[in-house]
Design a binder for this molecule. Structure first.
Ligand code: NAI
Length: 726
């Protein structure tokens, strides 16, 4: 949606620009306003000979079409001279495209020293020397864009190209480090592995392929990577035929094959080989820190007695449980369960505005939103049948809980829940199982729960420590709480709460509690969770259950029935951060917690729109997607987008798509905190959504107005694909 990419005022050096890909890059940069140094030695493909003709021809082409260019005929092995040419001609250097290259293909056994050295001198050392000469200029001007040219032969290997493959992948290593060293100076370095018809490839490709794989299908990537608007750094891209793909490293979960005070043996490696090479649930480390972190963890694990065979659960391979679905569960209830739950989390007829949660004859009788966990909680017992997990339920602690409602819960009915092991994490001292549960009523999604369960002593199986699938807790704002509610729990709070379905004797049987090391039975964590959510509803939503969107908590310490819960709250727009303490001891019970509220009635909860806006259909589809893939979209977009839909010249509808908080949400209504707001007529919105109206044209012709971060619209376009190009 933003304008064309131009390079006015930028000075670009393209090495090996007398022909092939380099020529194409040079022409494209020249065409878009850059001053270009067209470097080419003018030799043959094996590195022999010299001529100025190739570079001169390209310079003439650029100048003929009104661009600025000068030629340079030095070899990249004289890196300083190339940069000097740029400084003399144009006074600066902003962009270096290391492209010059030759081939000396031989089967490995016949590769001579000269074949090896020449290839390394031109590709690897040449790129090093040219880039080093430019580096300090880029550093002092706090801008630089560098391209390294690798090759599929380097990434994958190719018969007869040992010298070339080694040099080409060496360039990737160089680029990886320059990306790190350059980052703070706004110097970005990326690597391309192109495929195009050229004199280098005409010896290996059929002529029609050489003709159709045009260099112009590669250059747009190079130009984008070199633009100041592009924040990509340290990337590796395969590009050709108009297609571009990004590459990254993948690493198997691996296996520790060593034990404390014992030597490591090749036999242990042999026996663990299948696991070492198993890419199920592989990680994608992207920094040396991530890589080293694993080793540090292994050292501490082995030191504390982990390692081969030291942990009985290791043999069961908990990671194999990831993705396993549990048998579908059904949960039937009447208004009685709703009332019992409300009493269980401390609602009382003492408070007049609690009555609509406690009396089925009340005209606004409804169920507390946190009842959503009750419908889903029996999924936990289903974990016993999951292959690979082998959980000792006496060692299971409820670590964290996330609940999100998509519709207000009915006050009676039969709900079905589908549960899946979203991930299994190895925390060293224990294992965390992330259990995702979706609950439906008549096929319609009502709520989503993520149970985060900690199994003490089951860690050390070599699994990963973190998961992108986890809904994470949030840090508290750095100021005193905006509001505090203190409430005494009753002596029988746990005895009452357990009737909602958590029958664990730990909450009622003193003997059992003593076995667990507690002085008396403890309150259910989910009871404190319900109390805290209730406090937020009371303080910030007038006890209106339909304002509740989601809640996330981490359970820290137990509460004894009869103690007082103190909920401290901080409002940040629609998010209410909470911390819950035991008032008598000051001990934190729930941490990193928050409740997200809807400002307005959720889309799906409201009545169908009847005032004839076509765009409502598209927003209904967006709503559906957010419910299905909200977490993924939040990761991709991380922004709040708003629409002001116009009809007959008047404001007809406001929409806010929050892809920044929790698992995302679409609400009807405006949002002052939106990162970008689009104002567009209902008709034009539909034309854009159907692909009939180009958003850029709509923008430039004034039919689409954009307030805020315009670039965000590009993300949205990518995410929502054809349904909403706005
Ligand atoms: P090309 O042979 O058409 O262009 C390379 C240019 O580099 C030539 O004009 C040559 O005179 C120049 N050159 C060679 N040694 C030089 C030196 N020491 N100093 C200055 N200039 C020198 O080849 P093409 O295909 O355009 O290749 C461009 C780059 O892309 C090369 O690095 C190549 O290895 C790489 N590449 C190309 C692929 C393809 O499919 N065309 C595949 C993978 C990588």
């Amino acid at each position: 949606m933003s304008g064309p990419l131009t390079f006015d005022g930028r000075v670009v050096l393209v090495t090996g620009a007398g022909g092939g890909l380099g020529r194409e890059y040079a022409l494209a940069f020249g065409h878009r306003g850059a001053a270009v140094i067209v470097n080419d030695l003018g030799g043959d493909i094996k590195g022999g000979g010299r001529s100025s003709a190739a570079a001169d021809r390209v310079v003439e082409e650029i100048r003929a079409s009104g661009g600025k260019a000068v030629a340079n005929y030095d070899s990249v092995e004289d890196g300083e001279k190339l940069i000097q040419a740029a400084l003399e001609a144009f006074g600066r250097i902003d962009i270096v495209v290391n492209n010059a290259g030759i081939l000396r293909d031989r089967s490995f056994a016949r590769t001579s020293d000269v074949d090896w050295d020449l290839i390394h001198r031109v590709h690897l050392r040449g790129s090093f020397l040219v880039t080093r000469a430019a580096w300090n200029h880029m550093k002092s001007q706090k801008f630089g864009r560098i391209i390294m040219t690798a090759s599929a032969a380097g990434i994958y290997g190719n018969f007869g190209q040992a010298n070339y493959s080694a040099a080409k992948l060496g360039l990737l290593g160089l680029s990886n480090t320059l990306a790190i060293e350059g980052q703070k100076y706004n110097i970005h370095c990326n690597t391309v592995a192109p495929t195009a018809g050229s004199r280098l490839t005409e010896t290996v490709m059929p002529p029609d392929l050489v003709a159709s794989l045009k260099a112009e299908y590669v250059s747009p990537l190079v130009l984008w990577l070199c633009h100041e608007a592009c924040q990509e750094n340290g990337g590796l891209f395969e590009v050709g035929a108009g297609w571009i793909g990004k590459l990254r490293w993948e690493r198997s979960l691996g296996r520790t094959v060593r034990q404390k005070n014992e030597s490591m043996t090749p036999e242990a490696v042999r026996d663990a080989w299948a696991e070492i090479c198993d890419f199920t649930d592989a990680t994608k480390p992207s920094s040396i820190q991530e890589s080293v972190q694993t080793l540090v963890e292994v050292l501490s694990k082995v030191e504390t007695g982990g390692g081969i065979g030291a942990n009985p659960t290791a043999a069961t391979n908990p990671s194999a449980a990831v993705g396993q679905t549990l048998p579908e569960m059904s949960f039937s209830y009447t208004h009685m369960s709703c009332i019992l739950y409300a009493l269980g989390v401390g609602m009382s007829t003492r408070d007049a505005d609690h009555l609509h949660f406690l009396y089925e004859g009340h005209p606004e009788f409804c169920v507390l939103p946190t009842f959503g966990v009750i419908a889903a909680q029996s999924a936990i017992s289903g974990l016993s049948g999951v292959p690979g997990l082998d959980i000792d339920f006496t060692r299971l602690l409820h670590g964290e809980q996330y609940l999100e409602l998509f519709k207000p819960l009915p006050t009676s009915g039969t709900l079905t829940s589908r549960a899946k092991v979203a991930d299994v994490l190895d925390k060293g001292s224990g294992m965390v199982v992330l259990l995702d549960v979706h609950t439906y009523s008549g096929g319609e999604l009502l709520c989503f729960n993520q149970f985060s369960l900690f199994v003490v002593g089951a860690g050390g199986f070599g699994g990963k420590r973190t998961s992108q699938k986890a809904v994470v807790t949030a840090a508290l704002p750095d100021r005193p709480a905006d509001a505090v509610i203190v409430e005494e729990t009753s002596r029988d709070q746990a005895a009452l709460y357990r009737l909602s379905g958590d029958w664990n004797p730990l909450h009622i049987d003193p003997g059992f509690a003593a076995l667990g090391g507690f002085k008396s039975p403890i309150l259910h964590g989910l009871c404190s969770f319900g109390v805290a959510a209730r406090h937020v509803l009371q303080r910030y939503a007038g006890n209106d259950a339909s304002r509740f969107k989601s809640i996330k908590v981490r359970f820290v310490k137990p509460v004894y029935p009869g103690q007082s819960l103190q909920t401290e709250m901080w409002q940040e727009v629609n998010r209410i951060h909470i911390q819950c303490k035991v008032k008598e001891t000051g001990g934190v019970v729930l941490s990193g917690a928050y409740v997200d509220l809807h400002t307005h009635t959720p889309v799906s909860a409201g009545p169908p729109q009847t005032d004839g806006l076509q765009s409502d259909l598209v927003f209904a589809e967006i709503d559906r997607r957010v419910k299905g893939q909200g977490q993924e979209l939040v990761q991709k977009v991380n922004a709040i987008l708003a629409w002001d839909i116009m009809k007959d010249g008047r404001h007809a509808r406001h929409w806010t798509l929050d892809l920044k908080t929790g698992r995302g949400s679409l609400t009807r209504g405006s949002a002052p905190q939106a990162d970008v707001t689009f104002t567009v007529s209902d008709d034009d919105f539909m034309d854009v959504a159907k692909g009939k109206l180009n958003p850029q044209k709509a923008f430039f012709s004034g039919r689409l107005k954009v307030k805020g971060d315009v670039l965000l619209s590009q993300k949205l376009e990518a995410v929502l694909k054809d349904d909403a190009k706005l």
